[in-house]
Design a protein around this ligand. Structure first.
Ligand code: BJW
Ligand code: ZN
Length: 253
Protein backbone atom coordinates (compact mmCIF):
# COMPACT_ATOMS: atom_id res chain seq x y z
CA UNK A 1 0.00 0.00 0.00
CA UNK A 2 1.38 3.46 -0.86
CA UNK A 3 2.17 5.76 2.07
CA UNK A 4 -0.99 7.71 1.22
CA UNK A 5 -3.34 5.48 -0.76
CA UNK A 6 -5.91 8.29 -1.21
CA UNK A 7 -5.91 11.62 -3.05
CA UNK A 8 -5.21 15.07 -1.73
CA UNK A 9 -8.68 15.98 -2.93
CA UNK A 10 -10.25 13.56 -0.45
CA UNK A 11 -8.31 15.08 2.43
CA UNK A 12 -9.21 18.61 1.32
CA UNK A 13 -12.88 17.74 0.89
CA UNK A 14 -12.96 16.27 4.38
CA UNK A 15 -11.30 19.36 5.86
CA UNK A 16 -13.87 21.62 4.21
CA UNK A 17 -16.89 19.38 4.79
CA UNK A 18 -19.67 20.47 7.11
CA UNK A 19 -21.46 17.17 6.75
CA UNK A 20 -19.85 13.79 6.40
CA UNK A 21 -21.68 10.47 6.19
CA UNK A 22 -20.05 7.05 6.30
CA UNK A 23 -21.55 3.68 5.38
CA UNK A 24 -19.79 0.60 6.71
CA UNK A 25 -20.11 -3.09 5.98
CA UNK A 26 -18.63 -6.34 7.22
CA UNK A 27 -15.18 -5.48 5.81
CA UNK A 28 -14.52 -2.94 8.55
CA UNK A 29 -14.77 -5.70 11.15
CA UNK A 30 -12.70 -8.22 9.17
CA UNK A 31 -9.48 -7.10 10.83
CA UNK A 32 -11.11 -7.70 14.21
CA UNK A 33 -11.45 -11.35 13.19
CA UNK A 34 -15.16 -11.34 12.37
CA UNK A 35 -15.84 -13.16 9.09
CA UNK A 36 -17.50 -11.18 6.29
CA UNK A 37 -20.50 -12.53 4.41
CA UNK A 38 -19.34 -12.86 0.83
CA UNK A 39 -15.54 -13.06 0.82
CA UNK A 40 -13.95 -16.46 0.15
CA UNK A 41 -13.71 -17.18 3.86
CA UNK A 42 -16.98 -15.34 4.50
CA UNK A 43 -19.93 -16.55 6.57
CA UNK A 44 -22.01 -17.52 3.58
CA UNK A 45 -19.36 -19.98 2.42
CA UNK A 46 -20.29 -22.25 5.28
CA UNK A 47 -23.96 -21.29 5.64
CA UNK A 48 -26.24 -20.33 2.78
CA UNK A 49 -28.02 -17.03 3.47
CA UNK A 50 -31.35 -18.35 2.25
CA UNK A 51 -31.05 -21.11 4.83
CA UNK A 52 -30.47 -18.87 7.78
CA UNK A 53 -31.11 -15.16 7.17
CA UNK A 54 -34.83 -15.20 6.51
CA UNK A 55 -37.92 -15.56 8.63
CA UNK A 56 -39.14 -18.83 7.06
CA UNK A 57 -35.88 -20.58 7.90
CA UNK A 58 -36.20 -19.31 11.44
CA UNK A 59 -39.77 -20.60 11.83
CA UNK A 60 -38.86 -23.95 10.29
CA UNK A 61 -35.69 -24.43 12.29
CA UNK A 62 -35.49 -22.03 15.22
CA UNK A 63 -32.85 -24.11 17.00
CA UNK A 64 -30.48 -23.88 14.05
CA UNK A 65 -31.01 -20.17 13.44
CA UNK A 66 -30.96 -19.21 17.13
CA UNK A 67 -27.80 -21.30 17.53
CA UNK A 68 -26.12 -19.62 14.59
CA UNK A 69 -26.86 -16.15 15.93
CA UNK A 70 -25.91 -17.14 19.43
CA UNK A 71 -22.56 -18.34 18.09
CA UNK A 72 -22.00 -15.09 16.18
CA UNK A 73 -22.99 -13.05 19.23
CA UNK A 74 -20.34 -14.84 21.26
CA UNK A 75 -17.71 -14.35 18.56
CA UNK A 76 -18.49 -10.62 18.36
CA UNK A 77 -18.24 -10.28 22.15
CA UNK A 78 -14.85 -12.01 22.15
CA UNK A 79 -13.46 -9.69 19.46
CA UNK A 80 -12.42 -6.07 19.87
CA UNK A 81 -12.75 -2.97 17.69
CA UNK A 82 -9.79 -2.43 15.34
CA UNK A 83 -8.00 0.79 14.26
CA UNK A 84 -10.62 1.31 11.51
CA UNK A 85 -13.44 1.50 14.07
CA UNK A 86 -11.41 3.82 16.29
CA UNK A 87 -10.49 6.08 13.35
CA UNK A 88 -14.20 6.57 12.58
CA UNK A 89 -14.93 7.36 16.22
CA UNK A 90 -12.18 10.01 15.98
CA UNK A 91 -13.52 11.38 12.68
CA UNK A 92 -16.83 12.07 14.45
CA UNK A 93 -15.03 14.61 16.63
CA UNK A 94 -13.38 16.36 13.66
CA UNK A 95 -16.47 17.10 11.56
CA UNK A 96 -19.33 19.49 12.46
CA UNK A 97 -22.06 17.01 11.43
CA UNK A 98 -21.12 13.38 11.21
CA UNK A 99 -23.34 10.34 10.63
CA UNK A 100 -22.09 6.79 10.88
CA UNK A 101 -24.40 4.36 9.11
CA UNK A 102 -23.63 0.68 9.50
CA UNK A 103 -24.97 -2.52 8.05
CA UNK A 104 -23.09 -4.42 10.72
CA UNK A 105 -24.82 -6.02 13.65
CA UNK A 106 -21.66 -6.70 15.70
CA UNK A 107 -21.77 -3.58 17.92
CA UNK A 108 -18.05 -2.85 17.36
CA UNK A 109 -18.53 0.78 16.25
CA UNK A 110 -20.42 1.48 19.45
CA UNK A 111 -17.71 -0.21 21.51
CA UNK A 112 -15.07 1.91 19.74
CA UNK A 113 -16.86 5.02 20.99
CA UNK A 114 -18.93 6.10 18.00
CA UNK A 115 -22.20 7.70 19.05
CA UNK A 116 -25.58 7.88 17.33
CA UNK A 117 -24.69 4.95 15.07
CA UNK A 118 -27.47 4.34 12.54
CA UNK A 119 -28.04 0.58 12.57
CA UNK A 120 -29.60 -0.37 9.24
CA UNK A 121 -29.66 -4.11 9.84
CA UNK A 122 -30.18 -4.18 13.59
CA UNK A 123 -27.90 -5.45 16.32
CA UNK A 124 -27.07 -9.04 17.17
CA UNK A 125 -26.81 -8.21 20.87
CA UNK A 126 -30.60 -7.74 21.14
CA UNK A 127 -33.39 -10.30 20.82
CA UNK A 128 -37.15 -9.86 20.87
CA UNK A 129 -40.22 -12.05 21.06
CA UNK A 130 -42.04 -12.65 17.77
CA UNK A 131 -45.37 -12.88 19.62
CA UNK A 132 -45.44 -10.08 22.18
CA UNK A 133 -42.55 -7.95 20.86
CA UNK A 134 -40.81 -7.66 24.24
CA UNK A 135 -37.04 -7.41 24.18
CA UNK A 136 -35.30 -10.17 26.11
CA UNK A 137 -32.90 -9.53 28.94
CA UNK A 138 -29.43 -10.30 27.67
CA UNK A 139 -28.95 -13.29 29.94
CA UNK A 140 -32.07 -14.91 28.49
CA UNK A 141 -30.01 -15.77 25.43
CA UNK A 142 -26.78 -16.64 27.24
CA UNK A 143 -25.66 -20.23 26.57
CA UNK A 144 -28.96 -22.07 26.09
CA UNK A 145 -28.95 -25.82 26.53
CA UNK A 146 -28.06 -27.56 23.26
CA UNK A 147 -31.10 -28.07 21.03
CA UNK A 148 -33.29 -25.99 23.33
CA UNK A 149 -35.45 -23.32 21.73
CA UNK A 150 -35.00 -19.99 23.46
CA UNK A 151 -38.36 -18.53 24.44
CA UNK A 152 -39.84 -15.33 25.80
CA UNK A 153 -39.98 -15.18 29.60
CA UNK A 154 -43.31 -13.32 29.43
CA UNK A 155 -45.35 -15.28 26.87
CA UNK A 156 -43.27 -18.27 25.81
CA UNK A 157 -43.08 -17.00 22.21
CA UNK A 158 -39.99 -17.56 20.08
CA UNK A 159 -37.13 -15.14 20.57
CA UNK A 160 -35.43 -13.87 17.43
CA UNK A 161 -32.36 -11.69 16.97
CA UNK A 162 -33.11 -8.01 16.35
CA UNK A 163 -31.58 -8.10 12.86
CA UNK A 164 -33.04 -7.49 9.42
CA UNK A 165 -33.44 -10.60 7.28
CA UNK A 166 -33.94 -10.76 3.53
CA UNK A 167 -37.44 -9.68 2.55
CA UNK A 168 -37.88 -7.68 5.76
CA UNK A 169 -38.18 -3.91 5.94
CA UNK A 170 -35.31 -1.96 7.42
CA UNK A 171 -36.20 0.00 10.59
CA UNK A 172 -37.97 3.04 9.15
CA UNK A 173 -36.32 5.58 11.44
CA UNK A 174 -32.82 4.28 10.66
CA UNK A 175 -33.42 4.21 6.91
CA UNK A 176 -34.81 7.73 7.01
CA UNK A 177 -31.85 9.02 9.01
CA UNK A 178 -29.42 7.28 6.66
CA UNK A 179 -31.07 8.57 3.50
CA UNK A 180 -31.22 12.10 4.92
CA UNK A 181 -27.56 12.04 5.93
CA UNK A 182 -26.57 10.72 2.49
CA UNK A 183 -28.58 13.41 0.70
CA UNK A 184 -27.06 16.18 2.80
CA UNK A 185 -23.46 14.97 2.93
CA UNK A 186 -20.57 16.95 1.47
CA UNK A 187 -18.44 13.82 1.63
CA UNK A 188 -19.73 10.24 1.70
CA UNK A 189 -17.47 7.28 2.44
CA UNK A 190 -18.47 3.68 1.70
CA UNK A 191 -16.22 1.34 3.64
CA UNK A 192 -15.85 -2.44 3.59
CA UNK A 193 -19.10 -3.29 1.89
CA UNK A 194 -19.66 -5.33 -1.28
CA UNK A 195 -22.66 -3.02 -1.92
CA UNK A 196 -24.94 -5.73 -3.24
CA UNK A 197 -27.63 -5.63 -0.55
CA UNK A 198 -30.30 -2.96 -0.97
CA UNK A 199 -31.49 -0.46 0.11
CA UNK A 200 -28.15 0.14 1.95
CA UNK A 201 -26.17 -0.19 -1.29
CA UNK A 202 -28.21 2.65 -2.79
CA UNK A 203 -27.06 5.23 -0.24
CA UNK A 204 -23.77 6.18 -1.97
CA UNK A 205 -25.74 6.95 -5.10
CA UNK A 206 -28.16 9.13 -3.15
CA UNK A 207 -25.14 11.09 -1.90
CA UNK A 208 -23.45 11.28 -5.29
CA UNK A 209 -26.60 12.50 -7.01
CA UNK A 210 -27.06 15.18 -4.36
CA UNK A 211 -23.55 16.47 -5.05
CA UNK A 212 -21.37 14.80 -2.42
CA UNK A 213 -17.80 13.71 -3.03
CA UNK A 214 -18.10 9.91 -2.78
CA UNK A 215 -15.21 7.60 -2.04
CA UNK A 216 -14.94 3.95 -1.17
CA UNK A 217 -12.35 2.15 0.92
CA UNK A 218 -12.16 -1.57 0.25
CA UNK A 219 -9.56 -4.26 -0.39
CA UNK A 220 -11.26 -4.84 -3.76
CA UNK A 221 -13.60 -2.67 -5.86
CA UNK A 222 -17.25 -3.12 -4.82
CA UNK A 223 -20.29 -3.49 -7.07
CA UNK A 224 -20.75 0.29 -7.04
CA UNK A 225 -17.10 1.33 -7.50
CA UNK A 226 -17.92 2.88 -10.93
CA UNK A 227 -20.05 5.59 -9.34
CA UNK A 228 -17.31 6.66 -6.92
CA UNK A 229 -15.19 9.78 -7.39
CA UNK A 230 -12.43 7.86 -5.72
CA UNK A 231 -11.73 4.20 -5.02
CA UNK A 232 -9.17 3.66 -2.29
CA UNK A 233 -7.80 0.14 -2.29
CA UNK A 234 -6.60 -1.14 1.06
CA UNK A 235 -7.64 -2.48 4.43
CA UNK A 236 -9.86 -0.05 6.30
CA UNK A 237 -7.89 -0.65 9.51
CA UNK A 238 -4.79 0.63 7.75
CA UNK A 239 -6.22 3.30 5.43
CA UNK A 240 -8.49 5.06 7.94
CA UNK A 241 -5.83 5.90 10.57
CA UNK A 242 -3.62 7.36 7.81
CA UNK A 243 -6.56 9.36 6.50
CA UNK A 244 -7.31 10.79 9.96
CA UNK A 245 -3.63 11.66 10.36
CA UNK A 246 -3.59 13.48 7.03
CA UNK A 247 -6.77 15.30 7.99
CA UNK A 248 -5.32 16.44 11.33
CA UNK A 249 -2.12 17.64 9.65
CA UNK A 250 -4.09 19.61 7.05
CA UNK A 251 -6.28 21.19 9.73
CA UNK A 252 -3.18 22.41 11.60
CA UNK A 253 -2.05 24.41 8.57
C1 BJW B 1 -12.60 -5.17 3.38
C2 BJW B 1 -11.73 -5.76 4.27
C3 BJW B 1 -10.89 -4.90 4.94
C4 BJW B 1 -12.87 -7.32 3.46
N1 BJW B 1 -10.96 -3.58 4.71
N2 BJW B 1 -12.66 -3.86 3.16
C5 BJW B 1 -33.15 -3.77 -5.14
C6 BJW B 1 -32.60 -4.58 -6.12
C7 BJW B 1 -32.50 -5.97 -5.92
C8 BJW B 1 -32.93 -6.56 -4.75
C9 BJW B 1 -33.48 -5.76 -3.79
C10 BJW B 1 -33.58 -4.39 -3.99
N3 BJW B 1 -34.13 -3.85 -2.87
C11 BJW B 1 -34.35 -4.85 -1.98
C12 BJW B 1 -33.98 -6.02 -2.51
C13 BJW B 1 -34.05 -7.37 -1.86
C14 BJW B 1 -32.92 -7.60 -0.89
C15 BJW B 1 -31.58 -7.46 -1.61
O1 BJW B 1 -30.90 -6.48 -1.55
N4 BJW B 1 -31.19 -8.50 -2.31
C16 BJW B 1 -29.92 -8.48 -3.06
C17 BJW B 1 -28.93 -9.43 -2.40
C18 BJW B 1 -30.19 -8.80 -4.49
N5 BJW B 1 -33.00 -6.66 0.24
C19 BJW B 1 -33.77 -6.90 1.28
O2 BJW B 1 -34.49 -7.88 1.36
C20 BJW B 1 -33.77 -5.87 2.39
N6 BJW B 1 -35.10 -5.50 2.72
C21 BJW B 1 -35.86 -4.75 1.93
O3 BJW B 1 -35.42 -4.26 0.90
O4 BJW B 1 -37.14 -4.55 2.40
C22 BJW B 1 -38.10 -4.02 1.49
C23 BJW B 1 -38.63 -5.19 0.69
C24 BJW B 1 -39.32 -6.18 1.34
C25 BJW B 1 -39.82 -7.25 0.61
C26 BJW B 1 -39.57 -7.36 -0.76
C27 BJW B 1 -38.84 -6.35 -1.40
C28 BJW B 1 -38.37 -5.26 -0.66
C29 BJW B 1 -33.18 -6.45 3.67
C30 BJW B 1 -31.74 -6.77 3.55
C31 BJW B 1 -31.27 -7.42 4.85
C32 BJW B 1 -29.82 -7.87 4.78
N7 BJW B 1 -29.54 -8.69 5.90
C33 BJW B 1 -28.18 -9.21 6.10
C34 BJW B 1 -28.22 -10.15 7.32
C35 BJW B 1 -28.29 -9.34 8.62
C36 BJW B 1 -28.32 -10.21 9.82
C37 BJW B 1 -27.07 -11.01 9.98
O5 BJW B 1 -25.99 -10.43 10.17
O6 BJW B 1 -27.16 -12.22 9.92
O7 BJW B 1 -27.27 -8.13 6.29
S1 BJW B 1 -27.53 -10.03 4.65
C38 BJW B 1 -25.88 -9.49 4.90
O8 BJW B 1 -25.47 -8.64 3.81
C39 BJW B 1 -25.91 -8.58 6.15
C40 BJW B 1 -25.01 -7.45 5.73
O9 BJW B 1 -25.26 -6.29 6.50
C41 BJW B 1 -25.33 -7.29 4.27
C42 BJW B 1 -24.27 -6.57 3.48
O10 BJW B 1 -23.07 -7.28 3.44
P1 BJW B 1 -21.67 -6.49 3.51
O11 BJW B 1 -21.55 -5.80 4.79
O12 BJW B 1 -21.50 -5.67 2.29
O13 BJW B 1 -20.63 -7.72 3.55
P2 BJW B 1 -19.97 -8.55 2.35
O14 BJW B 1 -19.40 -9.77 2.92
O15 BJW B 1 -20.92 -8.71 1.23
O16 BJW B 1 -18.80 -7.61 1.83
C43 BJW B 1 -17.62 -7.37 2.59
C44 BJW B 1 -16.77 -6.36 1.86
O17 BJW B 1 -15.67 -6.01 2.68
C45 BJW B 1 -16.20 -6.90 0.54
O18 BJW B 1 -16.41 -5.92 -0.47
C46 BJW B 1 -14.70 -7.04 0.82
O19 BJW B 1 -13.89 -6.78 -0.30
C47 BJW B 1 -14.51 -5.99 1.89
N8 BJW B 1 -13.40 -6.23 2.82
N9 BJW B 1 -11.97 -7.15 4.24
C48 BJW B 1 -11.86 -3.13 3.79
N10 BJW B 1 -9.97 -5.39 5.82
ZN1 ZN C 1 -43.32 -12.71 24.36
Amino acid sequence: MPARPFSDTLVQRLVEARRVAVLTGAGISAESGIPTFRDTDGLWQRFRPEELANVDAFLQNPVLVQGWYHHRQKVALEKAPNPGHYALAKLESLVPHFTLITQNVDNLHQRAGSTGVVELHGNIMRSYCIDCGRFAAEDAVADPAPDAIVRCAACNGLLRPDVVWFGEMLPAEALEAATGAAAEADVFLSIGTSAVVYPAAGLPQVAQQAGAYVAEINIAPSAIAPLMHEVVQGKSGEVLPILIDALLKRKEK
